[in-house]
Design a protein around this ligand. Structure first.
Ligand SMILES: [Zn+2]
Length: 420
């Protein structure tokens, strides 16, 4: 007897299997005949582990237009707008916006998010708000928080002190932003400093690293060295790494083995970097996405992050990790069937691995999954379809009716679904 049985679905690897759930755990996977308290019919539909977003800014989300829109569309104007907003936003407003966003996320099967939280202002209202959100969504969504010194570890008087204060308050992960420090030297020093903090506290480390078009921004080199020195391996991730797009190929041929040796992961954010990067170029205009396929070929784990939804840096966004993977697939030219399938894996399995989560559709795992109106991962990327059911920790948390279009065409079918 199961509490919940998901019947007849197709798993991402193409096998057909029922999934039996007891309590908050997957009890069995295969051809299952036992009774169940509730059955979800997933015949012909894709049943996937939940979507995971390893790079987000939840303190800023759903604030588009506050205090005004980003007219230049640049990273730097976004940072300056946020600098104004964080001083006027209250804890309650930030909690409300974040909870609303989490509702969107759950409806799209996005059940784990790593969010950077700005630790620059001495009031640390953002940290207070995000810790409250983490506590409130914990029954259905895993929220991991990163202590992120948005204005630099050393550019403000209390930058370093506030990172440590945020970690003491319960923030999970150490952040960083070396390319925004005053000099290259101070950027490198910030990485050595932050790596020590992560190592001493036994924490994960996730750095906004080289989010610039400057090919000489080479902080990822120092980061990889520090990850190796402290043995942070699978606990470390470099986010963005966009300068690698513009770097000299010979230098990159030396850099990639060092990144691979360190065991660190990479988190490009294609929706944001395709719009933010290359803004100082005329033509040709650089894409500003890091070297995804090349890192993967070296064995570096690479996930796709969403970064922003309706905030000072990005005016759109849907909480759908398939939109993120879709953009990444295009910009990185990952069009071979195996590469498209890998893009789906990146926003599920790989992102979960980067965040160190209990994730997957094997017996004994946490019973979290998504039923999609698609036949396989590549079709899911093409359609970015409705999530018909979302199960989090054994509980059905979101459902949607299948929504075929009715046609009124002589001699043609009465409805259409756009699936093959
Ligand atoms: Zn970011």
């Amino acid at each position: 007897m199961f509490d919940l049985l998901v019947k007849g679905g197709t798993l991402p690897d193409g096998t057909q299997a029922d999934i039996g759930i007891r309590g908050d755990r997957i009890a069995a996977v295969g051809k299952l005949e036992a009774e169940a308290g509730r059955v979800i019919d997933a015949t012909g539909d894709l049943v996937s582990p939940p979507f995971v977003d390893p790079h987000f800014h939840m303190d800023a989300t759903l604030s588009y237009g506050l205090p005004r829109v980003n007219a230049s569309g640049t990273l730097l104007e976004g940072i300056s707008l946020w600098g104004e907003l964080r001083e006027i936003a209250t804890v309650e407003e930030m909690v409300d916006r974040a909870l609303r966003y989490c509702d969107w996320a759950v409806s799209m099967g996005l059940l784990a998010i790593r969010s950077h939280v700005d630790t620059t202002p001495d009031h640390l209202r953002g940290v207070e708000a995000m810790l409250e959100v983490k506590r409130r969504v914990a029954p259905y969504l895993d929220l991991q928080l990163v202590a992120f010194p948005q204005d630099g570890l050393y550019r403000t008087k209390t930058g370093r002190e506030n990172v440590v204060r945020a970690l003491d308050m319960g923030v999970d992960v150490v952040g960083g932003i070396p390319h925004f420090e005053r000099t290259m030297e101070e950027g490198a020093e910030s990485l050595r400093d932050l790596a020590r903090i992560a190592a001493e506290r036994g924490l994960m480390w996730d750095v906004h690293c080289d989010e610039t078009d400057d090919p000489m921004s080479r902080h990822v080199e120092t980061m990889a060295r520090e990850v190796t020195r402290h043995g942070l391996g699978g606990r470390a991730a470099g986010s963005h790494l966009t300068s690698m797009h513009s770097m000299d190929n010979y230098y990159v041929s030396k850099l990639l083995p060092l990144i691979a040796e360190s065991g660190m992961a990479a988190i490009p954010n294609p929706l944001i970097n395709i719009t933010l990067q290359g803004r100082h170029d005329t033509y040709p205009k650089r894409r500003g996405l890091t070297r995804v396929k090349e890192m993967q070929a070296m064995g570096v784990p690479v996930g796709w992050g969403q970064d922003c939804v309706l905030d000072p840096w990005y005016s759109l966004g849907t909480a759908d990790m398939l939109d993120v993977a879709f953009m990444g697939l295009h910009v990185a030219q990952m069009t071979h069937p195996a590469e498209m399938a890998r893009c789906f894996t990146m926003v599920t399995e790989t992102n979960a691995r980067i965040m160190g989560l209990d994730h997957g559709l094997q017996p004994g795992r946490l019973a979290s999954l998504v039923v999609l109106d698609a036949g396989n991962p590549v079709e899911a990327l093409r359609l970015r379809p409705d999530r018909l059911a979302v199960v989090s920790k054994g509980r059905v948390v979101a459902e949607r009716q299948r929504n075929d279009a009715r046609l009124a065409l002589q001699g043609r079918p009465a409805s259409v679904r756009r699936r093959l």
